[in-house]
Write a protein that binds this ligand. Structure first.
Ligand SMILES: [Zn+2]
Length: 225
């Protein structure tokens, strides 16, 4: 089931649907979009968050049907797109759990004014990003280089990743007397977000678009001679 950093207690916990799932058909588009919502209970603090997902006609999620009593199965199939309350970070699709956890810590630390922690967690997030692609040996610099060699990141993104690494380097090795400005932490967290979007979100969105285009092509009637 869905697992995320809770907007109430801040713990990375499992969320289970509690009660009914509401399905509302959009009137303006004559039902081409359905809005699915449910309350979810946090395994750590038991408080309820609202999970929502918009499903578009023609998407792979469109085919799933909500069966009474099988809400968990339904939500596992369609996934949760947005949460209330959220946990302060931007929504980035398709993140592995470890990467999501590390990046949410970076966003949360930055929001709380903990600049050193934000930079360190941005650095850890890049390590976790490399590890998610089987790159788990060597220094952070060599991991970033390998990610670029494997075409996971562009040259411009590699430069960004190197910048975060340089920032976090001193702190990761115990040099805690370096001065860290708010803008340093902001730059690191922003660069981290760019990297995550490029490595995880863009390929995911591209493959969804591709699948939809292929489906449309297969469904279109060939023109008559
Ligand atoms: Zn909680």
């Amino acid at each position: 089931m869905a697992s995320r950093v809770c907007g109430y207690c801040g713990v990375h916990a499992h969320f289970t649907p509690a009660g009914e799932t509401s399905v509302v058909h959009d009137e303006e588009t004559e039902g081409a979009i359905i809005y699915v919502q449910a309350a979810f209970s946090c395994a750590a603090c038991k408080l309820l968050s609202l999970g929502s997902t918009d499903i578009f006609a023609g998407s792979s999620e469109w085919a799933y049907e909500l069966v009474a009593g099988e809400e968990v199965k339904y939500w596992s199939a369609i996934g949760v797109e947005s949460w209330l309350p959220d946990n302060g970070g931007p929504k980035i699709a398709n993140l592995p759990a470890t990467v999501q956890k590390a990046s949410e810590e970076a966003f949360k630390s930055f929001k709380a004014g903990q600049h050193m922690a934000a930079i360190l967690m941005a650095r850890t997030t890049i390590e976790a990003t490399a590890k998610a692609h089987g790159i788990d040996k060597g220094t952070l610099a060599s991991k970033i280089k390998k990610m670029h060699d494997q075409h996971l990141i562009l040259v411009s993104t590699k430069t960004a990743a190197d910048a975060i690494r340089d920032f976090g380097n001193d702190m990761a090795h115990g040099d805690l007397d370096v001065a860290v400005a708010w803008s340093d932490a902001r730059d690191c967290v922003q660069l981290m977000e760019l990297i995550l979007r490029e490595v995880f979100e863009l390929p995911h969105l591209a493959s969804q678009l591709e699948a939809r285009a292929a489906k449309r092509k297969a469904q279109s009637v060939p023109a008559e001679q």
